[in-house]
Design a binder for this molecule. Structure first.
Ligand code: TXA
Ligand code: MG
Length: 328
């Protein structure tokens, strides 16, 4: 038994019979080409049979997502990943270290993956989520499950089942409810097709941990060539219905320019925001950031001022999401 299989065994041992029945019904929907929303450790996903182009098209339609923005194939075993992508040494090292977990690997796609799933690219993205319901669903469906975040395109990603129902309720056959997601921001996406790993999206797994595991520097996508390879980064994401400005605590009041504002971050401020969300750590900031954006939209403030986090650990992912919410 491999280390990954041992981790999975431990996770599966906690599933109850009632849960299994509900998940089996959902897996049946997936096999039938329908959409099922499910929890992962990062955010909720909008699942479909990744190998069925028609099912995948329904995903794009439900989300209102541009069809050239490829989907992640969620797998429940290394064998399942091998069916859809060409693995290499770097990928295997990272899988053994971090799967199941918030790490997505971009690798050369095998022919079995429909072009619709890959957004027309030669590569495909794979990940093994660290969530019991997600893993049981993929295992029961016995096929890779494609899943973008289960929000309408351009909205903050959902971190609970109720938000999924609000955004996509009418488009899905079933929503599996696993409560609030553990991490709150999406997975880290790494391109491992070349000799150096390239960070396509900062996420739940800190870049530093990947560098430590590989003994290699993870490159940042500075050149246009790389941006082209990560289509998702071209689109505005996580747009709240209110303007958002990232700022340092000491500049919050000045940034608001007299408008009714909400402050969120890990630091206290001395100004007078109408709403204030102070998080105990950057982990908690990540856990709450998307929910906070949706909540503050309805709070009567005119603008959200969000503290710029560090670029270390999970901070980099929060910073990226805030910049995109700000339209930068
Ligand atoms: O945590 C997550 O990753 C969540 C949960 C549901 O697993 N999923 C998620 O999916 O965030 P989505 O579709 O919202 O974001 C997928 C990202 C996009 O930025 C997309 O462009 C990128 O992964 N991506 C997918 N396939 C790719 C490929 N072949 N090459 C480059 N980037 C790819
Ligand atoms: Mg998304």
């Amino acid at each position: 038994m491999t280390e990954i299989e041992r981790r999975l065994e431990k996770i599966y041992s906690q599933t109850t019979e009632t849960e299994r029945l509900e998940i089996e019904r959902a897996a049946e929907f997936i096999r039938d080409g329908k959409l099922v929303a499910f929890p992962t450790e990062t955010v909720y996903g909008l699942g479909a049979n990744a190998l069925d182009a028609d099912a995948v098209r329904k995903t794009y339609e439900a989300k209102g997502r541009p069809s050239d923005n490829p989907l992640i194939l969620h797998v429940a075993s290394v064998k399942m990943a091998e069916k859809v992508v060409e693995l290499n040494g770097m990928a295997r090292t990272l899988m053994e270290k971090f799967w199941p977990g918030p790490l997505t690997l971009v690798l050369p796609a095998k022919e079995i993956v429909p072009s619709a799933t890959r957004g027309g690219l030669e590569t495909a993205a794979v990940r093994m989520p660290d969530n019991r319901i997600a893993l049981e669903l993929i295992r029961a469906a016995d096929l890779p499950v494609s899943a973008p975040s289960a929000n309408k395109s351009g909205r903050p990603s959902p971190t609970d089942a109720q938000t999924v129902r609000g955004d996509l309720g009418s488009a899905v056959a079933q929503v599996l409810d696993g409560g609030e997601t553990k991490i709150g921001v999406e997975s880290t996406v790494i391109d491992v097709t070349g000799s150096s790993p390239v960070l396509l999206r900062a996420g739940g797994l800190p870049k530093e941990k990947i560098e430590e595991a590989l003994g290699l520097e993870v490159l940042l996508p500075q050149d246009k060539n790389i941006i082209k390879r990560s289509p998702g980064t071209r689109y505005r994401h996580y747009a709240p219905k209110l303007p958002l400005l990232p700022a340092k605590a000491e500049n919050a009041e000045k940034t608001a320019q007299g408008r009714k504002y909400a402050w969120m971050g890990t630091s206290e401020i001395s100004g007078s925001p109408v709403k204030k969300l102070i998080f105990k750590s950057e982990e908690e900031y990540a856990h709450e950031v998307f929910r906070a954006l949706r909540k503050l939209e309805k709070s009567g403030v005119e603008i959200i001022i969000a503290e710029i986090p560090s670029e270390k650990g999970i901070g980099l992912a929060i910073k990226d999401r805030l910049n995109r919410a700000a339209g930068n």
